[in-house]
Unconditional design. Structure first.
Length: 215
């Protein structure tokens, strides 16, 4: 969410499109002139805003958008998009861990299956390496119960080893987010990660001349 008194929209330095700040990533130059992502939008200095997709950040790095926008010599590493991806992934997993501590995550096939039949489940967290039989069964139960209320999301953003660490237990393949503010925050973080990774070949955007709006 935008911070208090922060503009709700900014101009993407790559595409020159005005977008909500929640759909952009702010970058600043550190004291050594190296471009770093500022996901919390709190670092000092002038910011350069780029659409929050892997392809857009990659294109901004390759086309020297940061130097042109800041009007100074800066260095944008070739792996900048990968660094952003890692930060978004860490934030998403941390939010899942906080949801667990808030009692809003269940893990284990039997517990998830039971919750889908009676509890207020807002999303399934299924490991990327989960067996397809289990995925189909749980997805079918979720579809049958929640079809009339907008459905229950099925997310497969993380490997089982990552879910193990986030949930503090071993061999996590199936988990569920229960309704609550901590789960809503986790879902928002996971959505941000998935949007960043989605359709990278189709999201590069164009480059407009001149410098973009800064802060």
């Amino acid at each position: 969410m935008p911070r208090r008194n922060e503009p709700l929209e900014r101009c993407c330095a790559l595409t020159r499109e005005t977008r909500p700040v929640t759909e952009l990533i702010r970058f600043v130059a550190d004291p050594d002139g190296r471009i770093v992502p500022d996901l919390k939008r709190q670092l000092p200095g002038r910011g350069v805003w780029v659409s929050a997709t892997h392809a857009a950040v990659t294109a901004a790095q390759k086309k020297r958008v940061f130097a042109r926008s800041l009007k100074e010599q800066v260095t944008a590493d070739e792996d900048l998009a990968e660094r952003v991806d890692a930060l978004l992934e860490r934030a998403a997993l941390n939010s899942v861990s906080l949801a667990r501590k808030a009692g809003q995550v269940l893990a284990g096939f039997a517990k998830v299956e039971a919750a889908l039949k009676s509890a207020d489940v807002i999303a399934l967290l299924l490991a990327a390496d989960a067996g397809e039989d289990g995925v189909r069964k749980l997805s079918a139960i979720a579809k049958a119960r929640f079809a009339g209320s907008g459905g229950c999301r099925t997310l497969r953003s993380f490997a089982s080893t990552q879910l193990d660490l986030a949930l503090g237990r071993s061999n996590v393949i199936h988990a569920a987010l229960l309704a609550g503010s901590a789960s809503e925050n986790a879902l928002m973080r996971i959505d941000a990660l998935e949007r960043f990774r989605a359709n990278p070949d189709e999201q590069s955007g164009g480059v407009a001349g001149g410098a973009a709006t800064q802060d």
